[in-house]
Design a protein around this ligand. Structure first.
Ligand SMILES: Cc1ncc(COP(=O)(O)O)c(C=O)c1O
Length: 432
């Protein structure tokens, strides 16, 4: 065991899991590749869990941060005007499509979701919230309470009364074999039933990820959230789209994931990739909802000048280079390649994705049951071949991948080749 690993184990929590039998330390990065402490190079198909959104050592981001540092001001406070916050909020408000939108900046996705849940429960004078099964929304009490994955919940303490909906679980026996329209109809029926039976008085909001991140890139069929929203609108129930993983064009077909459903939410939360690795999160909400809170509020570090410099530069880069279109192009190349290979590899239970957010589900070829051991093996094989991927899913058997939005077509083909090669290796081992 390396010295650093031993020291890590001595002082870091056990529940912060490390990837790989021999975990790596990433010590350098350029473009869409990183280098570990042994000098081994990797094509990065996980991007620090979708956070190094436009790759490594991007001059535009570095120079923006250096310009801010050169002013001598790392922090002022929200007691003073913050030009970077105003500029970024203007852009995000416009891109969100939300009417008269206002933005509040935080340091993380968890805090962003806490803020959205506060706005919704306050506006609706209700502690009742709907969330999706298999979801993940963060690690505070509120965010965990709307998380629908037991593997990420330590207890049931909750500031909210939460009911979980179907919509991303069509592998369950009662839904298996249904086409999109029938599945959506069944889910809407269930939503109506929940509203008729399980709740008292008004419900504050539904919070949902358009594509579930930790859940293993499971997703509702396009149109489900529009159908849900029709029902929610009948009762004035608000819709919060958690775009922490799906924002900024990553799904290729829309700038925010929820727009794939033709839905404009009342609030949208974001974090991860916006500042290309600098800490930022936030909520963009209808102005009336945002302004309604009567008590004062601020986030000391939320939207600090350094993060804002990085975030403005990153967002400008995404827009100026039309990285959404690149996500659509390169994502389609990879997903089509994976689907073509899956047909001849019984260890692959499913391939799914949207743009540069794609996943492969590994199963026991004999039973079709989730096979986390084969997912772990895939991780080792791709590591050796020089590609970083991520793991997830309710059963830990899903390989999820999300390269930087800057990935080139050549890099996409290179990564696809490594992934298919690793799947062939794992498939052969599973068959023997
Ligand atoms: C969809 C989603 N929401 C919220 C969060 C929480 O974000 P953070 O870890 O920045 O608190 C995450 C983190 O993985 C996420 O994937």
């Amino acid at each position: 065991m390396s010295d650093l690993l031993a020291r890590h184990r001595a002082v870091m929590p056990n529940w912060v899991a490390l990837y790989y039998n021999e975990p790596i330390e990433i010590v350098g990065g350029k473009g869409n590749r990183v280098v570990d402490g042994d000098g081994k190079s990797y094509l990065d198909f996980f991007a620090g869990i979708l956070t190094n959104m436009i790759g490594y050592d991007v001059p535009e981001v570095r120079e923006a941060v250096e310009r801010q540092l050169a002013t001598g001001v790392v922090h002022t406070s929200t007691a003073y005007l913050l030009r970077g916050q105003v500029e970024l909020a203007e852009k995000i408000a416009r891109l969100s499509g939300i009417e008269d939108a206002k933005v509040f900046f935080t340091n993380s996705g968890t805090e962003a979701n806490e803020t959205a849940l506060l706005l919704a429960t306050y506006a609706r004078k209700s502690d009742q919230v709907l969330a999706m099964r298999q979801s993940y929304h963060g690690r505070s009490f509120g965010a965990v309470s709307v998380t629908g994955n037991r593997g990420w919940k330590n207890n049931s303490l909750s500031p909210l009364n939460v009911h979980f909906l179907h919509g991303t679980d069509r592998r369950l026996a009662q839904f298996r074999g249904l086409g999109d329209a029938d599945y959506i109809a069944a889910c809407v029926d269930d939503l109506r039933h929940v509203l008729a039976t399980a709740v008292a008085t008004d419900v504050a909001a539904l919070i949902a990820e358009p594509v579930q991140g930790v859940g293993g890139f499971t997703m509702a069929p396009d149109g489900l959230f529009a159908a849900y929203k029709e029902v929610l609108d009948e009762q004035g129930i608000l819709f919060i789209s958690d775009e922490v993983q799906t924002g900024w064009g990553r799904t290729g077909s829309a700038f925010f994931g929820i727009h794939n459903h033709g839905v404009t939410p009342d609030m949208l939360t974001f974090a991860k990739g916006l500042a290309n690795g600098f800490a930022v999160g936030g909520v963009v909400a209808r102005g009336d909802l945002m302004d309604a809170l009567h008590a004062a509020g601020l986030s000391t570090f939320g939207g600090n000048p350094i993060s804002m410099a990085a975030a403005n530069a990153t967002l400008d880069y995404v827009l100026d280079h039309d990285l959404q279109a690149n996500a659509a192009r390169t994502g389609a190349l990879i997903i089509e390649g994976l689907k073509a290979a899956a047909g001849r590899l019984p260890v692959v239970g499913d391939v799914r994705g949207k743009g540069l957010m794609f996943a492969v589900e590994l199963v026991d070829p004999a039973t079709g049951e989730p096979a986390p051991a084969w997912a772990a093996r895939f991780m080792e094989v791709t590591k050796k071949a020089g590609l970083l991927a991520g793991k997830g899913g309710l059963h830990g058997n899903v390989i999820r991948m999300a390269p930087p939005l800057t990935i080139t077509a050549d890099e996409a083909r290179e990564g696809l080749g490594i992934i298919v090669g690793a799947l062939e290796t794992v498939d052969a081992e599973a068959a023997s």
